[in-house]
Design a binder for this molecule. Structure first.
Ligand code: ZN
Ligand code: FE
Length: 277
C-alpha cells in the first residue's frame, strides 16, 4: 500500500501524452515533503528523493522500473535518498550544474532539456532559495504541462532565501508566472495551509484566497495533498506572484518596503513571512 496521503491523480490532466496515460503520484516523505513520482505503468521517474524508503515502497507496489531521478537543488531533504536508489536506477541522475549533488549526476542549466519516459523536460534556472536551483518544465504535449519547481514556489508562498537575493527570486517567480495557466505546479513541501494564513494577512479582501483556503482545509482534514496546484490558481492567491497588485503593494509598504517595485515588495513580504506565526 502507498502510505496515506499518497495520491494518484485520476483527473483528465493526468493524460499528458496523446498516446499514453501518465500517472502523477505525490509520495509523502519526512514530515511535510513530497517526492513526485511520474510513471506510465512500466517506467518511472522521481523528483527530489530526500528519502529512498517511500520510493522503494512505491516502485515495488506498482511494479515500476526507475528510469531517472530529477533533482532541483542540493538540500538534504531533496538528495538524501539518491545513493540508496542507485542499485535499481536504470538511467541518469539529473541535477543543477551549479550545486553539489551526489555523483554521478548529469549537470543541467537553463537552455538544456532532458528526455525521460519519452517526455521532454526543459530546464529553468530559478535561483533564490538556493544559488543554483533549477526547475523542470514538461512542455512538449498539448495538454496540461507539468512543473517540478522544488522549493522555489509553494502553493500560496515561496521558498526562503537561503542563498539568493530578492531580485533573483523575483526573476525566478516571473518565469513561473509566464507559464501556461493550466501548468500543474508540483512543489516539494506541504506548506499550503500555513502559507495561506500568511497570504490572508497580506490580502484580507481576496475572495479567491478565502475560497481556496476553505477547500484546502477540507483536503488536509482528509489527509490528502493540496498539490499539485496550478499557475493560474497561484496567480490568484499567492502574494509572492502578486507583487504588482495594489493591495499586496500596500501591505508590503506597511511592512517597510521602500518602493512599489516588485523586488522591494517581494523582499518585504519575504522578511514579514519569516517572522509570521
Ligand atoms: Zn530546500
Ligand atoms: Fe526542501
Amino acid at each position: 500500500m502507498l502510505r496515506p496521503g499518497a495520491v494518484c491523480s485520476q483527473d483528465p490532466n493526468s493524460r499528458i501524452d496523446s498516446s499514453r496515460v501518465m500517472n502523477l503520484v505525490a509520495l509523502p516523505a519526512f514530515s511535510d515533503n513530497y517526492i513526485w513520482l511520474l510513471h506510465d505503468g512500466v517506467n518511472a521517474l522521481v523528483v527530489d528523493p530526500g528519502d529512498a524508503a517511500p520510493v522503494h515502497a512505491a516502485l515495488d507496489q506498482l511494479g515500476l522500473a526507475l528510469s531517472a531521478i530529477l533533482v532541483t537543488h542540493h538540500h538534504a531533504d531533496h538528495v538524501g535518498g539518491i545513493d540508496a536508489l542507485r542499485s535499481r536506477l536504470q538511467g541518469p541522475v539529473y541535477g543543477p550544474a551549479r550545486e553539489t549533488i551526489p555523483l554521478p549526476c548529469v549537470p543541467l542549466t537553463e537552455g538544456q532539456d532532458v528526455d525521460v519516459l519519452g517526455l521532454r523536460f526543459q530546464v529553468l534556472d530559478v535561483p533564490g532559495h538556493t544559488a543554483g536551483h533549477i526547475a523542470y518544465m514538461q512542455t512538449d504535449v498539448a495538454t496540461a504541462p507539468l512543473l517540478f519547481c522544488g522549493d522555489t514556489l509553494f502553493s500560496g508562498g515561496c521558498g526562503r532565501l537561503f542563498e539568493g537575493t530578492p531580485a533573483q527570486m523575483s526573476a525566478s517567480l516571473a518565469k513561473f508566472a509566464a507559464l501556461p495557466a493550466d501548468t500543474r505546479v508540483c512543489c516539494t513541501h506541504e506548506y499550503t495551509l500555513s502559507n495561506l494564513r500568511f497570504a490572508k494577512a497580506v490580502e484580507p479582501g481576496n475572495a479567491d484566497l478565502e475560497a481556496y483556503d476553505a477547500r484546502c482545509l477540507v483536503v488536509r482534514a482528509a489527509g490528502a495533498p493540496t498539490l499539485p496546484s496550478s499557475i493560474g490558481l497561484e496567480l490568484q492567491i499567492n502574494p509572492f506572484l502578486r507583487c504588482g497588485v495594489p493591495e499586496v503593494v500596500a501591505a508590503a509598504r506597511a511592512q517597510g518596503a521602500g518602493t512599489d517595485d516588485a523586488v522591494s515588495v517581494l523582499a518585504a513580504l519575504r522578511s514579514w513571512k519569516n517572522g509570521f506565526r
